[in-house]
Design a protein around this ligand. Sequence first.
Ligand SMILES: [Zn+2]
Ligand SMILES: [Zn+2]
Ligand SMILES: [Zn+2]
Ligand SMILES: [Zn+2]
Length: 714
Amino acid sequence: MARSLMLVESPTKARTIKRYLGKRFDVEATMGHIKDLPKTTIGVDLENGFKLNYRVKPDKRDLVKRLKKLANSADEVYLASDPDREGEAIAWHVAEELSKTGKKVRRITFHEITKNAIEEAVNNPRGLDSALYNAQMARRAIDRIVGYTMSPLLWKRVKRGLSAGRVQSVALSMICAREEEIEAFIPREFWTVEALLETQNHEEIIAKVVKPKDIATEIEAEDVARQIESTPKIVISGIVKRKKKRNPSPPFITSTLQQEASRRLMFSAKKTMVIAQQLYEGIQLGSMGPEGLITYMRTDSPVISTNAMTAVREFIQSSIGKEYLPDKPNVYKAKKTAQEAHEAIRPTDVHRTPDTLKDYLDNDQLRLYELIWKRFVASQMKSAVFEQTTVDIDASGVKLRATGSVLLFDGYMKVYNSRDTKDKLLPKGLSKGQLLKLVETRPEQHFTQPPARYTEATLIKELEEKGIGRPSTYAPTISTIQERGYVKKDKGVFLPTELGRDVSRLLVKNYPNIINVGFTARMEDTLDEIEEGKKTYVESMEAFYSRYIKEHSKAEKEMENLKTEPRPSGIKCDLCGREMLIKIGRNGYFLGCSGYPECRNTKDFTRDEKGNIVVIEPPKPDGDSLICDKCGAPMVVKHGKYGPFLACSNYPECKNTRPIKTQDTTDKLCDKCGSPMVVKHGKYGPFLACSNYPECKNIMPYTIGLSCPVPGCN
Ligand SMILES: [Zn+2]
Ligand SMILES: [Zn+2]
Ligand SMILES: [Zn+2]
Ligand SMILES: [Zn+2]
C-alpha cells in the first residue's frame, strides 16, 4: 500500500497525529528548525538584498538525510508544522531540502490536533506561503543585525557577554523607567472622612464624604468632621438604584492566558507556554491514546470556530442551565485581521471537563486546562447582573454617599469568577427624606502611592497594549532579561539591577530611534504587513537598516565607556577621603576608590528606596555580634531594594551597615523561653534556632521574609 509522509516539529505532536491517521501515514518529527544562520558570522548579506545564509544545522544533517530517504519512498509528503511564521519557516526549509531530490510537498495547517481537524487539513493542502516566510526572515534578520552589532558594543563599553535585542531592550527600558518614576515619587498627603450612621432601627450605614472633594490636611478633615457632628439634621437626599451588567471576558489569546496564569496560578509566562504546548500537542488519555486537548497556544485572535461555538452552546444549555445561554453567541473580534485565520485558545472538546481529565493530567497541566476551559465556557454565557444602590446623604452642605451592591444573577460568574462578588448590603427600606443619626465620624490619613512595579502579568499587558512583541515573543522576552541579570524578580515584581539600569541607559541614549516603544511597535506592524504581502522583504529591510546603521555608527563613536570611565558614586572613601567610583568587576558591581592604585579601598553597595547608594560594610572576622562596630548601638534589619541588610539603629548619626550573616539575631522571640531567635543555615535552607541553645533547643520555620545569608542559597 502506498504510504504518505507527514512532517511535524515535535515527537509528541507526531505521536498524537499518527494515532488519528493510522497506517496510511508515516509521521516524523523535525525536532524544531532544521536550518539556522551560522554561529560564527552574521549570516545576513548586507550588500546583497539582505539574503539570509540559512543552512542545515550541523546536528540536523543526519536527520535531513533520513527524511530525504523517507520522502523519496513516500507517495505524498505533507508539511504540518505549526500555523505561524516559525512553522512556515520550518516547512519552507524542509521543502528546500526535499526539492533537491525532486520531491514535491504539500503544506497543511490546523489549529488543533484532533481527528477532524487533521483529516480536514489533509484534504485541503495549500502551497508554501512565501509572504509568511518572508515575515519570519525579516524578523530573524533584524534581530540578528541588532544582536550582532549592538551586543559587541556593550561588551567593549560595559562588560563581556552582555546582550541587547530589539524587543528585549525595550522591555528592559520600560522596567527601568518605571523604577525611576518610583524613586522620584513624592507621596502627597490626603484625607478621607467617613461617617457611621444609623437608622431609627439601629441599622448601620457607612457613608463617605464626597463634598468637599479634596481634603488635604488633618485640619481640613477635622473641620469636615465637626460640620457633620454639629448638624442637627442628617437626611437622605436621594436614592438611585441601577442594574449593572458585568460581561464575561473573551476566550484566551496568548497574552491574556499568560496574564491570568500569572495572576491566578503564579505561573511564569515561560511555564505557561511549556504546559500549554503539552496540552496542545497531545496528552495520553489512558487506553484512548494521545489527544490534543487545546487549540494552538500562540495566537492573538479570540475568534471561535463554528463547530466549537455550536458545541459550547449545547454544553451550556444542557449542563449549566438554559437560563445561562444568551440568545445569540457572544462575538469577540480580533484587533486586526491576520491572513492566517487564527483562533482563540480553547479546549478542543468542551465535553472534556477538567474533572474528567483528573487521572491523566499532572497538577499544573490540570490547573492550566481548567483555567482555559472555564474561561472559554464563561465567554459564551450570559452577563452577570448586579443591582447597585447609591444613597446620597446631606449634612448641612456636607455631602456623603453610601453604596450597596447585590448580585441578582450570577451569569458567567457561575463558571469563571474574576472578582470579589460579595454583596455589599445596605439596610432595606431606606427612603428619600429619611433622617439618620450620627454614631461617629472617621477621619483617616492617606498618602498617594507611587506607580506599581511591573509583574509578569502587567508587563505582558503593557507590551501588548503598546504593540511590542507578538504571541511568540512575550515569554522569551521576559525570560531573557532575567537570565541576562538585567532585572530581578522580587516578591513577584521586577526590579532592574545595577547592570540592567546601566545597559538600558546606554542603549536608550545612544539608540534613541531604535530602542524606543514607538519604533518597535511600528516594526511589528511592518512584519505583519510583510506577512500580508503588503510590503516586500527587501524594501522593509532597507528601511530598517538605513535607519539602524546611522544610529549604530554614531553609537560606536559616542557611547560612554563604563570600563575606562567609571561614574562617581557620591560616596567618599573612608580611608583617604577621595571619591568612590562605581565599578563593574567579575563578580558584579562594587565601589572602588578613585585613588587606585595608591588606595585600594573597595566597598559593596546597595540602593535605598530613593535610589541612593548605601555602602555595605564587610563583616569583621570576629563580627558575629549584633552591636554596631562603629558606635556600639544595636544593629537592626532594614529592607533595601535588593534584600535585607543590617543597619545601625543610631541612624542618621551613624550610617554603618553590613550584610546579614548566619547567627544573626532576629526580632522574633523564642516561644519556649523568650530568648531571641537566630538565623541558621541548614541542609534545606535557612531556619530559626533559639539563641539560648543548648539550654533551649527550640527551632522555628524561617518565615520572617529575610533571604538566607549563605550565598547561593535561597
Ligand atoms: Zn581611598
Ligand atoms: Zn553605629
Ligand atoms: Zn528558647
Ligand atoms: Zn541557606
